[in-house]
Design a protein around this ligand. Sequence first.
Ligand code: ADP
Ligand code: MG
Ligand code: ZN
Length: 190
Amino acid sequence: MERTRQPTVGIIEIICGPMFSGKTEELIKRLTRSKIAKKNTVVFKPIIDKRFDEIQVVSHSDQKIVSIPVKDTDAIKSYLQNTEKPIEVIGIDEAQFFDNSIVQFVEQLANSGLRVVLSGLDQDFEGKPFGPMPLLLAAADVVTKQYAICIICGAPASKSHRVNLDIDNNQILVGGMEIYEARCRACLQF
Ligand code: ADP
Ligand code: MG
Ligand code: ZN
């Protein structure tokens, strides 16, 4: 008899782009549909991001999904180890805030059959690669790059401009429209 290999195939999907490009909306959409498909689904977000809600992931357009706030990659690991029913699909919002250990971890999850959907900023406010995102993008099976609308000219925007550099110069400064503007490459010069 012919031997057939039937590996359990998982996948790593990344949604990237600047602020306001609809990354969180897209993550919520995919994970909501996964729940409709009765997949055991869980969403994580870094504890640092408490902009809209302590527990839920919330988009700038006020769409919401329940999430587990976590300190780091290990916290996701222990959550998954302690669930009664095995998790089939996981979402991670604001993936840029995790450290590089997230890369190997999501690879392991996908290799063991899970669908992992991550969303995050590919660039920081200076246009530099943000946290583990370059490595995650390299490891991903499917990458979706989204664009916001440039608030100066209305073109597709790929940059997150920090409005007031006097506030703070650190790479990590969680905020919304009071701190960041979506800008296209040309309008970043102004
Ligand atoms: P992200 O997670 O990428 O920051 P969200 O999914 O939270 O984005 O929010 C996307 C929503 O933000 C859009 O659907 C729109 O309602 C709103 N929005 C506000 N400013 C902009 C902008 N400059 N360009 C596009 N969408 C914007
Ligand atoms: Mg977001
Ligand atoms: Zn522009």
